[in-house]
Design a protein around this ligand. Structure first.
Ligand code: SF4
Length: 294
């Protein structure tokens, strides 16, 4: 299907370009490493039943994204020049280094990251756990000082409580085939003036998050531990407070389940909200047990 030239595009097309760009980028990112989408999926996302009318627009936007190096256009699994492509095409995410990244590629790049060196008073030590195809992800805040010292996430009382909530022991929790552990920032950010952990540096999610998630297809359950992960992953759909977000867990599933941070700082919250232990934890334990057995 030939793309429309700029002068042929209608006012609707121009308004629809940002939506088509967002739909394509979101779909190829979610589809993940090595996988592709049909342009019609993006057209259906923005046009619903009227999607066929949007195919020339989607194709035109896809060509622009190929030109910018954001995505790849493919036929029979191989990259093609959009101008030479005849017949149906597919679209896939392109890594900044060219080709489609594996999770190992992204993890290696993250572990070498030192972007925050100037703002920390310690050497950045990125900590994450990923395997080729984990089924469950823990999206948390940032490693604490103990995890920083030991080089392993959740090596602290919060980790003990989180494993108890999930009904798993250390062997399962630290199996990268079962669990990915990807906090909103991968390094311990240091302490604030009151002795609490500083918030995760925003630059970390901005730099790495979409790239890492694109390399982690096939997740069945993503636990959003604490407000930072909930706000980022749920975006505009996120309820205003952490309590509301956790209480409304059925509305954002089945992929996402919001949880409070398992820190001792939330002991009072846990006492005030007994429904969390009575309703949500049994559900989580059941789903985790099923996914770990697969
Ligand atoms: S917190 Fe993130 S962006 Fe900052 S140095 Fe660590 S990995 Fe890099």
């Amino acid at each position: 299907m030939p793309a429309k030239r700029e002068e042929e595009m209608t006012d609707f097309d121009h308004k629809g370009k940002p939506a088509a760009t967002a739909a394509i980028m979101d779909l190829v990112s979610r589809r993940g490493a090595g996988k592709s989408i049909c342009p019609s999926e993006a057209a259906r996302r923005i046009g619903g039943e009227d999607w066929r009318r949007l195919m020339p627009l989607v194709r035109s936007v896809a060509e622009e994204l190929v030109d910018k190096g954001e995505i790849e256009m493919r036929q029979r699994g191989k990259p093609v020049d959009p101008k030479a492509a005849v017949g149906p095409v597919r679209l896939a995410r392109r890594s900044p280094t060219g080709g489609v990244e594996t999770v190992e590629d992204v993890a290696a790049a993250i572990r070498a990251c030192r972007i925050c060196a100037a703002q920390f008073d310690h050497e950045p030590k990125p900590i994450l756990q990923v395997g080729p195809s984990p089924r469950i992800a823990i999206y948390s805040q940032a490693p604490g000082n103990l995890a920083h010292q030991k080089g392993r996430p959740f090596q602290d009382p919060s980790g003990v409580r989180l494993r108890e909530w999930l009904g798993v022991d250390e062997a399962i929790f630290y199996d990268p085939q079962a669990f990915a552990i990807a906090p909103m920032a991968f390094c311990f950010p240091g302490y604030d003036a009151k002795g609490g952990d500083k918030p995760p540096p925003r630059i970390c999610a901005k730099t790495w998050r979409r790239r890492l998630l694109a390399a982690l297809p096939g997740l069945k359950l993503a636990l959003l531990v604490g407000s930072y992960a909930q706000e980022w992953h749920l975006g505009r759909t996120a309820a205003r407070t952490m309590t509301e977000r956790v209480r409304q867990w059925r509305d954002v599933g089945p992929l996402f389940v919001p949880l409070p941070h398992p820190s001792w700082r939330n002991n009072a919250w846990l006492r005030k909200n007994p429904w969390f232990a009575e309703e949500l934890l049994p559900e989580i334990r059941g789903r985790v047990a099923d996914l770990v057995r697969q």
